[in-house]
Design a binder for this molecule. Sequence first.
Ligand SMILES: Cc1cc2nc3c(=O)[nH]c(=O)nc-3n(C[C@H](O)[C@H](O)[C@H](O)COP(=O)(O)OP(=O)(O)OC[C@H]3O[C@@H](n4cnc5c(N)ncnc54)[C@H](O)[C@@H]3O)c2cc1C
Length: 448
Amino acid sequence: MAAFPFTDLSRLDHQDSLPQSCDTVVIGGGIAGVMTAYYLAKQGQHVVLCEKGRIAGEQSSRNWGWIRQQGRHPAELSMMVEANRLWHQLAGDVGEDIGFKTTGVLYMAADQAELDTYERWLPFAREAGVDSRVLSARELADQLPGARGNWLGGLHTPSDAKAEPWLAVPALARLAKRSGVIIREHCAARSLDASGGKVSGVYTEAGRIGCDQVVLAGGAWSSLFARAQGIALPQLSVLASAMATDSMPVAFAGGAADPSLAFRARADGGYTIAHGFSHDFYLGPDAFRYFGAFREQVKSGLKTTRFRLAAPSGFPDAWGTSRRWQSGEVTPFERLRVLNPQPNMRTLNAALDHFARVWPEFGRPTIRQAWAGMIDTLPDEIPVIDRAAELPGLVIATGLSGHGFGIGPAIGRVVADLVTERSVGHDLTPFSLKRFKSGRVLKPGLAF
Ligand SMILES: Cc1cc2nc3c(=O)[nH]c(=O)nc-3n(C[C@H](O)[C@H](O)[C@H](O)COP(=O)(O)OP(=O)(O)OC[C@H]3O[C@@H](n4cnc5c(N)ncnc54)[C@H](O)[C@@H]3O)c2cc1C
């Protein structure tokens, strides 16, 4: 099974002709956009999906492939439970092997404070019907035979799952296409057309498409796009590195992590490994603009974040990236088709050293491929799923904050229902855009 991303970033799989008009244009061919387009088409909508680069070229192929209810922010939990159910269904519907398996997720606690956090989270899991359990050190050892970690215990969710991102999201796009979605790669949305104070179309690099509804699911580019339409979205991105190893014995069949090591058994026999939650962060204009909103994250991430002075040219928050343009001009979205940052090999090697210490009998894993992705995040690390009050007809679905692959199918289902004004079945108040103005922002992660 070929599970490797990034072999050819310029190849195009989708070049459908664009209609003059449709019901909804979806901007962004990551998991959020693909799933939204799919569920809209299932409702009988005429949908166009515009992707500036390649379907799943950015975060949606570069992630660890964890489909995780465990440790979710309580605000997201019911949606994530739905996503878990949808993955089972979609894995059958795509008609190809996407590496989907229910293999569980495991956290290993390095200290008592972490174990206490797991305990505090458990009631939310119980209420949502998730089968998570706090494990003693002995129970954890049973899950990880042969491991020599100094862990005090763990958190385990057997019903959590995994899939191969690079296989899954392109396969879901093909499913969306079979359901009627028009998909076009190398098709940047440049700006929105508005008449009578509401959306009337999208200017793309391949021409204008008339429509009443637009979904912005542009991942790390969403803030740049929104700002050019006069909408403030406090979104920043961090660089996260990961690697695939050559084939190895199975230490744990699902995803497992402690603060300095995260790994998941891959369908091709290796692991996807990363250094827990360590990131690189580029200082750009938005970093200063939104510093206040991200104070909590900056404080809690000081130890795990490496600050860098400037992003490579063309990145969404690079100093030289233009912030304003006309619909006839080439935009930053076309200048950089695929965000493909260099991985931080220092942190990756540290993760391999840690792996080798914990499983000495496996030897040090050899790297088959290393990569990085820019994770877009919001101040409370949960998404925006909302209509933009400033511009009727625009729905924003972004800020999936490092855990959007797993929840992606439910995001798509919910956003589709938001667009067509059906009942979405979840409380979307925590995901409102106006929370950043009102100051009613939740605490990030498990810090409640
Ligand atoms: C290393 C790493 C590990 C991760 N691990 C996990 C994990 O194990 N589990 C999990 O649940 N999540 C994980 N994530 C997070 C997850 O990958 C993301 O949350 C999710 O993929 C975001 O999906 P998206 O559709 O919002 O954005 P993206 O996948 O980034 O897609 C956005 C797309 O929009 C396109 N676009 C932007 N602007 C325009 C425009 N103007 N016109 C046209 N197209 C445009 C971009 O080209 C891009 O393809 C990880 C992320 C990384 C980087």
